[in-house]
Design a protein around this ligand. Structure first.
Ligand code: NDP
Length: 339
């Protein structure tokens, strides 16, 4: 049952992820509920209102969104738009006094991420990033394994996240994920999963990165990366070989250690995360796993209700954006970058 003080959430940007994962997830949550929508497409409004019982007073456009400041039914704003709009919308939500939940990648670069953190701090609202894997119990077992080292010292890590898509796109009418001005490109989209994976499987922060990008379909990928390979170096000398792509299906996170290996494959799907080890053990969730996005939003709402920091705060998104900046700089200009 839903708590009486459940957090009212407004979804901003009613696209695939909001419609297929977050809105259904918000029907399962206990600590928060879908209270409002912000959309630039009036045609979407009737269906959303009918499906989720959203009152007229809780429907906004990007133009009148700042009026949300006066709406006591909405406490958190969840930004699910193309990546270039994350920062401007986060700043407006914070200025309206609303807690901010923001999809990955957090922003276009580290400077924007820092601005978002500063704005939320100044407004005294929470800022949480939508890294759903950090709410998934089996995934987070990797963090304990990085500490306990059940297979000895880690020798090598690999993290690969990508999918093959966009063959049928009309080059004259590209989706935003293929447009540089919207924050398109594989590194922004799927690369952050490989980066996150490399960070949580090692339990370490990268200190340097070397990257290179490849484009096989130049008519589609102009000014955005189709495939990016990046090597992360950690302080103790450990190296993670990572790759991300819009041209190749890949979904594996793996650690090779002195006395064996373990991996999650797939490691970043919405369900069926599968983990195994060299000696035939499984890394899995206990019991039935709840809806990933519902779990994430319930955790983030509870942090608001209990007035403590969210599990994945803005600072965590900022750490990744620093690496993403370095990956793009290295891929563009060559050379190794200190992070
Ligand atoms: P979609 O293109 O399906 O939806 C984005 C929505 O943003 C649109 O439907 C539109 O909603 C709104 N929008 C506002 N301005 C623009 C614009 N200029 N061009 C296109 N859309 C615009 O994208 P996704 O839902 O797949 O992704 C949205 C965000 O969520 C991204 O940041 C992405 O990285 C993240 N994401 C995260 C996932 C995860 O697992 N954590 C999975 C998938 C996506 P409206 O018409 O209502 O204004």
């Amino acid at each position: 049952a839903r708590r009486p003080d459940s957090i009212g959430v407004a979804l901003v940007g009613l696209g695939y992820y909001a419609g297929h994962l977050l809105a259904p997830g918000l029907q399962l949550t206990r600590n928060c509920h879908l209270a409002g929508i912000v959309t630039g497409t009036p045609a979407k409004i009737p269906e959303w209102q009918a499906k989720y019982g959203i009152a007229d007073r809780n429907v906004y456009s990007y133009d009148d969104f700042d009026r949300i400041a006066d709406n006591p039914e909405i406490q958190a704003v969840y930004i699910v738009t193309p990546n270039d709009l994350h920062k401007p919308l986060a700043l407006r939500a914070a200025a309206a006094g609303k807690h901010v939940w923001c999809e990955k990648p957090m922003a276009m670069n580290a400077a924007e991420a820092q601005e978002m953190i500063d704005a939320c701090r100044a407004a005294n609202v929470q800022l949480a990033i939508g890294y759903r894997m950090q709410h998934q119990p089996s995934t987070m077992q990797l963090r304990a394994m990085a500490k306990d080292k059940p297979y000895g010292r880690m020798l090598k890590v690999s993290a690969d996240a990508g999918f093959h898509a966009y063959d049928d796109v009309d080059p004259a009418n590209k989706p935003w994920r293929l447009l540089p001005q919207n924050g398109g490109g594989a590194m922004y989209d799927m690369g952050v999963y490989a980066l996150q994976g490399a960070r949580y499987i090692t339990g370490q922060e990268p200190v340097a990165v070397t990257a290179r990008s490849e484009v096989h379909r130049p008519q589609l990928f102009e000014g955005v990366d189709e495939t990016t390979h990046f090597t992360l170096e950690f302080a103790d000398g450990l190296v993670a070989e990572c790759s991300t792509s819009f041209g190749r299906d890949m979904n594996t996170l793996r650690a090779d250690c002195e006395r064996g290996w373990y991996e999650l494959s797939p490691f970043q799907t919405y369900d069926n995360i599968k983990g195994r080890t060299s000696d035939g053990k499984l890394i899995e969730d206990e019991g039935v796993l709840p809806h990933q996005q519902a779990l994430q939003m319930d955790n983030d709402a509870l942090a608001i209700l209990e007035k403590r920091p969210p599990r994945v705060p803005g600072e965590e998104g900022l750490r990744d954006m620093r690496v993403v900046d370095a990956v793009y700089a290295s891929a563009r200009e060559g050379g190794r970058r200190i992070v």
